[in-house]
Write a protein that binds this ligand. Structure first.
Ligand code: URA
Ligand code: CA
Length: 431
């Protein structure tokens, strides 16, 4: 097989065979095929697209390019959730105990990573004593006993995707539905998921700004999952403003506790119920999405989801009393309000700009070496569609210093006030 012929075939709109796709992925992973040829192929895919079969083959070739996690020592259907990236997205912290309380195993492998706030593990480490240093055996035992455990990600998963994603980044080939879909799905499958629930964000602040693109991406990932034997569902959700009110690590833990208590922001609860219902249904704990949603509402109302969160925290060395007394979480020394400069209605809150402001406060990592301050962040007091009077606070900034002038200006620039505005619809579609 010659790579130049495979580039030519895709360039001219042909369909590559399973063996041809495998040849490209394996050859690129071990260095036999150079960057320039894979770049040309990726650009051909960008313009010519891939069939459903090619997409599934590309996904599985990337899964098999490295190690895979075997979760067969954990009983039940392992359902994983993936979000295409939001700002202040507290859903994982709520969903993990909520879905576990329904009896669906939550065997979560999480990372730290870069971003506006830390990853799920950083957020959980805001709880005094909480740690993820479990052996693989302890991890499985905890999930089998309690339905929930979190461990740090290890192993060389999907090296082909790492290399290809980095190449796409510098060759203007990231924005290709088949390449994005196979990239995301390969990572979930390699991490051991039997079933997958996707939260595809759309709007300013999302990776897929355009709603039609978000729908196409969601449909592409669902098709791949179902073709390779992993039941997959997706929710398309609005990210034109941050989800919930809190953006910051300890602040989001507090928001998750409020939500499990039934006192959280409505939008966060709505999205957690939409995603959680799909997880519980795919996990086999309910016969329909409607039944799953009713079950989750019962678990919230009865306090069982909150109890599961306490059990989970205690299992991982943390202090479960933070759930009843969130003041035990790390708190920033300064709280600074953001008074509105005019009256009207909040008409826009650019999610990624608000996320960047939280990162500047120290809530997230700009580089792998940055240290996170778990206490800092932003708590919104208004959301899009809310009425506001001049002088009323739009947000509270939780900071390590009083010198937050840059953050204030960024927030003013990110929040628009107009004579009228409506709140956006959060759940835009289900696939
Ligand atoms: N996120 C991924 O993991 N892969 C892509 O290709 C794009 C976004
Ligand atoms: Ca939030």
């Amino acid at each position: 097989m010659r790579m130049v012929e495979l580039i030519e075939k895709k360039r001219d709109g042909g369909e590559l065979t399973t063996e041809e796709i495998r040849f490209i992925v394996d050859g690129y992973t071990d260095g036999r095929i150079p960057d320039y040829q894979v770049s040309a192929w990726a650009m051909a895919v960008f313009f010519r697209d891939m069939t459903d079969r090619e997409r599934a083959d590309l996904t599985m070739a990337m899964v098999e390019s490295g190690e895979t996690i075997d979760l067969s020592d954990i009983e039940g259907v392992k359902v994983d959730k993936h979000s295409t990236g939001g700002v202040g997205d507290t859903t994982t912290l709520v969903l993990a105990p909520l879905v576990a309380a329904a009896g669906v195993p939550v065997a979560k492998m999480s990372g730290r990573g870069l971003g506006h706030t830390g990853g799920t593990i950083d957020k959980l480490e805001a709880i005094p004593g909480f740690h993820v240093e479990l052996t693989r055996e302890e991890f499985a035992a905890r999930v089998n006993e309690s339905s929930i455990a979190v461990i740090g990600q290890s192993g060389n998963l999907t090296p082909a995707d790492k290399k290809l994603y980095a190449l796409r980044d510098v060759t203007a080939t990231v924005e290709s539905i088949p390449l994005i879909a196979s990239s995301i799905m390969s990572k979930k499958i390699a991490a051991g998921a039997d079933a997958i629930v996707l939260d595809v964000k759309t709007g300013a602040g999302a990776f897929m700004k355009d709603e039609q693109d978000a729908r196409r991406l969601a449909a592409a990932m669902v098709a791949i999952g179902n073709q390779v034997g992993r039941k997959t569902m997706a929710v398309i959700s609005d990210m034109s403003q941050p989800l919930g009110l809190a953006i910051g690590n300890a602040l989001e833990v507090r928001e998750a506790i409020d939500t499990l208590r039934g006192e959280g922001p409505d939008d966060l609860l709505e999205l957690c119920l939409a995603l959680g219902s799909q997880m519980v249904y795919l996990g086999g704990a309910a016969g329909s999405i409607e039944e799953a949603e009713a079950l989750l509402k019962d678990l919230l109302a009865s306090g069982k989801a909150l109890d599961k969160f306490k059990e989970f925290i205690a299992n991982q060395g943390g202090d479960p009393s933070v759930v009843d007394d969130p003041d035990r979480l790390p708190a920033a020394p300064y709280r600074i309000e953001l008074p509105a400069r005019e009256s009207g209605f909040v008409s826009g809150m650019t999610a990624d700009a608000i996320g960047t402001a939280a990162m500047i406060l120290g809530a997230g990592r700009a580089t792998k070496e940055s240290e996170i301050d778990l206490s800092v962040g932003i708590v919104l007091r208004k959301k899009v569609g809310d009425a506001v009077q001049a002088g009323e606070s739009l947000a509270t900034i939780h900071a390590a210093t009083e010198q937050v002038g840059d953050v204030l200006e960024r927030l003013y620039a990110a929040i628009d006030i107009a004579p009228s505005a409506q709140s956006p619809v959060l759940v835009r579609g289900i696939v």
